[in-house]
Write a protein that binds this ligand. Structure first.
Ligand code: NAD
Length: 542
């Protein structure tokens, strides 16, 4: 064993490549997509390091090309959940007792694989699984995930170094144990990086994990798992399974060793999970840690002093990149009447140039939404506008699921700031705008704060500093990530720790030290070098 206090490699954010026409990186990704499309992959679950299949096959296709099969995965059952828990428990002792620098080395190596030899493969899997254009895939599956892995190692080192003071004759220390039991990572479809971070963050701190990804992201989830295995992750530390959510929950939330939930997904599902855990509390050895990052209804408020050009670009990028399926996507905007004609013209002119289609054509800014369920929900909101007196579509509004789940970027203007697409999470390429009287800025801020139950991201656009200060104060609790003169999406690990409160989650800030604190259970140790040999204190001398 190496006797050393390790100095970890300096971390910095991974550079995003440009994928310019004719570039080597562009050619490599396209050839990797061609290779994936020419193969029908059988996607296994990974339990205790072994590939596991069931008899129930489920076809996998890219959301933008639904008639071309990329292969299949097989559905997991409650038995697979039980096997995954057993494997996680078996692996626990060796894993938590492994020197932390060795655990860290595995994750640092995974990051180097992602940004190096597996970059094209990882991008291609994400582009196909989630219908992301190359830029959206690169900032997610490559840059963000590598950042999560590397920065978390830095944060773990920072935590382990935090030690209490010691008085003369004693030595106090804090041991950062993992949680007692196993952690359940339940991940959403929209970010490959989140799917990787949710099992890896607890694992880095010495926990072992049962991981269930979204059914719509299994094609890139297996790529995450394969890279971790290639980097040397021991068998059983993270176990990847594909049962239905409720089937997984039934076993996991009834298990006495369930120690923590690391969730990202919708608010409704999180509420159900929390209630189940609460009901089962007496069954558990410890109070489970519950970390959940959930929905959003993210806003952009413009002050009459805002720069119209910057504002319209922020609205377009913030609302429509990755088809509006970012939890942070701008989905409601409040624009003063005096600015509206200018903003409207710029936004609509730019939107006319947006191309929609397959991820293989790099000139497409817009691709498909994730699946049939999402398509039905989003188009339901769009169809309802034509029947309402309170709202009107001024751009987009068409959709088709003939080849893939394509929905045009759509702008709705609402006459009522409480119109449903101003309040509810649509999670698609739909932006609703409310135009307000310039003098009602203060009233508008109150409405922004009280419109939805969420508080994830939001932005103020203003050149007048007093307006920035006023909005920042009025919206103090309206967003966990607040932007001044920028779109409300695109948080970077190590720069803007991410998460919101109210119904947007527990605000444990993924990509920061705060998140890692949730996966440890410190033990305080006091050692006394010369313990007393007489019970009598000096004051008893009389
Ligand atoms: P989802 O809630 O539908 O699914 C999340 C996970 O929970 C999936 O693995 C799903 O299979 C599982 N699940 C669903 N029902 C379950 C049940 N009854 N029991 C156990 N598991 C169950 O979310 P999604 O559609 O995959 O992702 C989109 C949502 O995630 C949006 O609401 C978005 O705002 C949110 N999101 C939030 C953040 C954030 O940081 N706040 C980040 C990304 C996504």
């Amino acid at each position: 064993m190496a006797n050393a206090i390790h100095k970890i490699p300096t971390v910095s954010n991974e550079k995003v490549l440009d994928y310019l026409p004719g570039s080597a990186e562009k050619k490599e990704v396209l050839s990797e997509i061609a290779r994936l499309k020419s193969t029908k992959t059988a996607i296994p679950m990974i339990i205790d390091g072994k590939e596991v299949f069931s008899r129930q096959k489920v076809n996998v296709a890219a959301p933008h090309e639904i008639h071309h099969s990329l292969g299949y995965y097989t559905k997991g059952s409650t038995n697979h959940v039980k096997d995954a828990i057993t494997a996680a428990q078996r692996a626990k002792d060796d894993w938590m007792n492994m020197p932390w620098s060795d655990r860290a080395a595995i994750f640092l190596k995974a990051a180097d694989l992602i940004v190096g030899p597996r970059r094209a493969y990882f991008n291609a899997c994400t582009m196909m699984a989630q219908s992301k254009n190359i830029y959206q895939a690169e900032i997610d599956a490559i840059a963000e995930w590598a950042d999560f892995l590397r920065f978390n190692v830095q944060y773990a080192a920072d935590i382990y170094q935090q030690q209490p003071n010691s008085a003369p004759g004693i030595w106090n220390s804090l041991e950062y144990r993992p949680l007692e039991g196993f952690v359940f990572a339940l991940t959403p479809f929209n970010f490959t990086a989140i799917s990787g971070n949710l099992p890896c963050a607890p694992a880095l701190m010495g926990n072992t994990v049962v991981w269930k990804p979204s059914e719509s992201q299994i094609y890139s989830a297996i790529a995450v798992m394969r890279i971790l295995m290639e980097a040397g992750l021991p068998d059983g530390v993270i176990n990847l399974i594909y049962p239905d959510g409720p089937a997984a929950g039934k076993v996991i939330f009834n298990h006495k060793d369930f120690a923590g939930l690391h969730f990202t997904g919708s608010t409704g599902v999180f509420n159900t999970l929390w209630q189940t855990i609460g009901t089962n509390l007496s069954k558990y050895t410890s109070y489970p840690r519950i970390v959940g990052e959930t929905g959003g209804k993210d806003f952009v408020v413009a002050h009459p002093s805002a720069d119209a050009e910057q504002l319209s670009v922020a609205l377009l990028r913030g609302s429509f990149e990755f088809q509006g399926q970012k939890c942070s996507a701008a989905s409601r905007a409040y624009i003063p009447k005096s600015l509206w004609p200018n903003v409207k013209k710029r936004l609509l002119d730019d939107m006319k140039t947006l191309k929609m289609g397959s991820v293989e054509d790099f000139s497409n800014f817009i691709n498909a939404v994730i699946d049939a369920k999402a398509y039905k929900k989003i188009t339901g909101y769009i169809a309802a506008v034509s029947k309402s007196k309170d709202a009107k579509i001024i751009a987009g509004g068409k959709y088709s699921d003939k080849e893939g789940y394509f929905i045009e970027p759509t702008v709705i203007v609402a006459k009522d700031p409480m119109y449903r697409t101003m309040c509810e999470e649509v999670f698609g390429p739909v932006l609703t705008i409310y135009v307000y009287e310039d003098k009602k800025f203060a009233e508008m801020l109150e409405i922004v704060d009280s419109t939805s139950p969420y508080a994830l991201t939001g932005a103020i656009f203003a050149t007048d500093r007093a307006a920035v200060i006023q909005a920042s104060k009025a919206l103090q609790f309206s967003a966990g990530n607040f932007y001044i003169n920028d779109k409300p999406t695109g948080a970077v690990v190590g720069q803007q720790p991410f998460g919101g409160a109210r119904r947007s989650g527990t605000n444990d800030k993924a990509g920061s030290i705060l998140n890692l604190y949730r996966w440890i259970s410190p033990r305080t140790v006091k050692e006394t070098f010369a313990a007393p040999r007489d019970y009598r204190y000096p004051f008893l001398g009389e």
